[in-house]
Design a binder for this molecule. Structure first.
Ligand code: 8YV
Length: 313
């Protein structure tokens, strides 16, 4: 008999197809009566599969006492109650590394887009304003500027590689200096912000990093500084960021992530110093297929009694 698992939300169709032909899958998000669904599979369910945004709460896991693994389609596991998992010996797996290149690409795209006013330029061209009014207003150069990376993990590293192609000086703030990084380590996030033109947020969401980009950091970034966030919205004090953008207290922002997704603070829609994305940094077919494969491979390894390919402490 196949193993029973609860799937918290939809995944790529190709991944769902393999998942559902290999296991007995219960679709949590589609259920009209989720508590009844959990109660009906409480004995059999041995795994939960979810994505980075949905994760899984302790309230759900409590109803599934035989779950031994939570497999996350995403690198961030902040939406999984890891404390509960640890206490109950539940393994947590994620999909690191396979998405780093695309997320780094998105960070670069956002930096270029907000500095060079790509979206505004596109609108200007489409509205026929070039012919009617002449050239659009001048923008800001990216090449050769100073970049700061908050979180020098796999994504931060992939980003640094790209930034060197723009002749940018690179410094970073991380829990500790990385012996494998040639870039300048700055222990304080505020000091990092003070010394750069672009502050890229690539750290994972942890109790230490949540809210770390606060008014003090934004003040240090200053009126010429841009912030780019491809990590989690919760790392930034969002109401403060919105008011700083409205008041021109920083130059601009490229944001792929928000504190309460899928909500975006409406005030941002009116601002031309902001470029927005709907949390799509890993959203390419190539990366999503690779993430799906890792979810499936981790589950297969677990049920075969093999070591997991990627696991979280
Ligand atoms: C995904 C993410 O958008 O990996 C993460 O942590 O946030 C993203 O790659 C998400 O997990 C897919 O739904």
């Amino acid at each position: 008999m196949s193993h029973t698992l609860v799937l918290m939300g939809p995944l790529l169709p190709s991944v769902m197809q393999i998942l559902e032909s290999t296991y007995t899958v219960h679709r949590y998000w589609e259920s009209d009566d989720q508590p009844a669904l959990l109660a009906s599979v409480a004995d059999q369910c041995v795994a939960v599969v979810t994505d980075g945004g949905r994760g899984v709460e302790a309230a759900v896991l409590k109803q599934l006492p035989n779950v031994k693994i939570v497999s996350v389609f995403g690198v961030g596991v902040d939406a999984v109650d890891r404390h509960y998992c640890k206490e109950h010996g539940i393994l947590v797996t994620n999909t690191p590394d396979v998405l780093s290149d695309d997320v780094a690409d998105m960070a670069i795209a956002l930096a270029l887009a907000v500095s060079r006013q790509l979206v505004a330029g596109d609108q200007y061209a489409r509205a026929g304003r070039w012919a009617a009014e002449g050239a659009m207003p001048l923008t800001r150069r990216v090449m050769g500027k100073r970049a700061g990376i908050y979180g020098m993990g796999s994504i931060g590293n992939a980003l640094a590689k790209r930034l060197t192609g723009f002749d940018m000086s690179i410094s970073y703030c991380n829990r500790s200096a990385r012996t494998d990084s040639p870039h300048t380590f700055v222990p304080s996030l505020t000091e990092l912000a003070r010394s750069v033109d672009y502050l890229f947020v690539t750290a994972s969401a942890t109790p230490e990093s949540v809210g770390a980009v606060n008014a003090q950091v934004l003040d240090a970034l200053g009126t010429e500084g841009y912030i780019i966030n491809v990590s989690r919205g919760t790392l930034i004090d969002e109401p403060t960021l919105v008011s700083y953008l409205q008041e021109g207290r920083i130059a601009g922002a490229g944001l792929d992530v928000f504190a309460e997704e899928p909500s975006i603070p409406e005030a941002l829609y009116a601002l031309d110093n902001v470029v927005l994305q709907p949390h799509n940094a890993s959203g390419t077919w190539e990366t999503r297929e690779a993430m799906g494969k890792l979810v499936l491979d981790n589950l297969a390894a677990h049920f075969a009694g093999q070591p997991l390919l990627t696991s979280i402490e």
